[in-house]
Design a binder for this molecule. Structure first.
Ligand SMILES: [Zn+2]
Length: 440
């Protein structure tokens, strides 16, 4: 080869044709690249390349961005000294993961605030206490919205969220996590609807009076209870979305059979990628799709990837277990809460929690899209309820999701569906079903 090259360079004629060929090849390559660029001008970068900040910003701003699950209301009850109109620093324990300033900075247009009640006894006393707690959380959330009328407001329908986005205000929807506060009175469903609740996660981590949970020790109802069936029908009639995150597979299939409206999983992932009962298998994903529903990607580490625990961190946290339990039971005053948060911060500083990344989370989304298609997925962070990833610590970092989606080749149109378009379509359909049921 070397000899051949050498003889070529010694021959003038050959050299001219050699350079001529090179120039022609170069021009052909240039035309091909330009042609491809023009043809793909509106398509973002392909997998493996990174998108630029300006593109991320444009796409993020063009979407109605909605997070379907934030647990701020219970956090506010447990830490009343927290002022959500202030912008707290990202990454600190005392900051939580949501406040209005960080929501604005993160370009998050709307969020479903979860009215979550921890479960105690399934009896009248337990139900009454849970109902009281749920009412307090709703009132505090609504009071905060009334205090900031120029920046944020309640939304009761997709149209509300769109209207608020147009005038540059944030929208807050209310969802209820755990049907426990409904007690055993079917009229409670309408009472919570009247207070603004637009989805109900039927169970939390234990079986309740509505049905079985995916994470309790044993089943109690083999799916929905008779009261749970009545609640699903009443939710359909009112236009409250049925949320199957946390429920047992049997409960899930009962809901699939019973619900007249498409259903949601407000914060759930794919069992194929991380095999835990809290996630959904491919048949469940397909059933959600067949019903026209949506599964909202949950950003809680343990549902995304198995990550080994740091034993020193676990031991340090164990020492605060009693204090934490007292906090969750509402038994600490503000000074004691502040003290506990400081101790938790010291543990975090010394032994940072090991968390998955956004890329790990989006692997779940990719899988769900491969099973269900692009029209049945969304985002439900579980911030302030255990959510949070290495490069997604709070709502101010939401554009990092858009960046990862662009990097993987999702188009702006697909990203708008993921960020809220799909969820609002399901909500709209639930309202139509309610209208039809009320007319007949
Ligand atoms: Zn949850």
């Amino acid at each position: 080869m070397l000899d051949n090259d050498f003889s070529k360079r010694n021959n003038n004629k050959n050299m001219i044709s050699y350079f001529f060929r090179r120039v022609v090849l170069f021009i052909l390559a240039l035309v091909a690249v330009l042609g491809w660029t023009i043809a793909h001008a509106d398509i973002p970068k392909k997998a493996g390349t990174s998108s630029n900040n300006e593109q991320v910003k444009l796409v993020h701003q063009s979407a109605l961005t909605i997070d379907s699950h934030i647990d701020w209301p219970i956090r506010q009850v447990l830490n009343p000294g927290f002022d959500p109109s202030v912008g707290y620093k990202t990454g600190l324990v005392a900051s939580g993961q949501w406040d209005l300033v960080r929501m604005e900075n993160g370009g998050l247009d709307a969020a479903f605030m979860s009215i979550f009640t921890p479960q105690r006894q399934l009896n009248d006393r337990g139900y009454a206490q849970a109902k009281d707690l749920a009412n307090r959380m709703i009132q505090r959330t609504e009071q905060f919205l009334l205090d900031q009328p120029n920046r944020i407001a309640i939304a009761l329908s997709p149209a509300d969220a769109e209207r608020l986005e147009k005038v540059g205000k944030r929208a807050i929807f209310l969802g209820m996590e755990n049907g426990y506060p409904l007690g055993t009175d079917i009229k409670a469903v309408q009472a919570f609807y009247d207070q603004g609740i637009r989805y109900i996660t039927l169970t939390h981590s234990k079986n309740n009076q509505l049905g079985d949970s995916s994470t309790d020790k044993q089943q109690q109802w083999q799916g929905l209870s008779p009261f749970g069936e009545a609640v699903v029908q009443e939710m359909n009639r009112l236009g409250i979305m049925v949320d199957v995150s946390h429920v047992h597979d049997d409960t899930f299939w009962d809901v699939i059979r019973l619900s007249k409206a498409p259903i949601i999983a407000s914060h759930s992932n794919a069992r194929k990628v991380r095999d835990v009962p809290r996630n959904m298998d491919d048949n469940m994903l397909r059933a959600i799709k067949a019903k026209g529903g949506v599964v909202q990607l949950c950003l809680l580490g343990d549902y995304i990837k198995a990550i080994p625990k740091n034993p020193e961190r676990t031991a340090a946290l164990a020492q605060l277990a009693n204090q934490q339990a007292a906090w969750f039971q509402g038994k600490l005053n503000q000074a004691e809460v502040n003290d506990l948060l400081k101790k938790l911060q010291a543990i975090n500083d010394q032994y940072p929690e090991l968390k998955p990344t956004i890329a790990d989370a989006i692997n779940h989304l990719d899988h769900m899209v491969s099973v269900m298609g692009i029209d049945h997925v969304g985002i439900g962070s579980d911030f302030d309820g255990g959510g949070g990833l290495r490069n997604l610590e709070d709502v101010s970092q939401m554009p990092n999701i858009t960046q990862e989606l662009l990097n993987r080749g999702y188009t702006p149109e697909e990203i708008r569906k993921i960020w809220g378009g799909n969820l609002m379509r399901v909500f709209e359909r639930a309202l139509e079903v309610a209208k039809q049921m009320q007319e007949t």
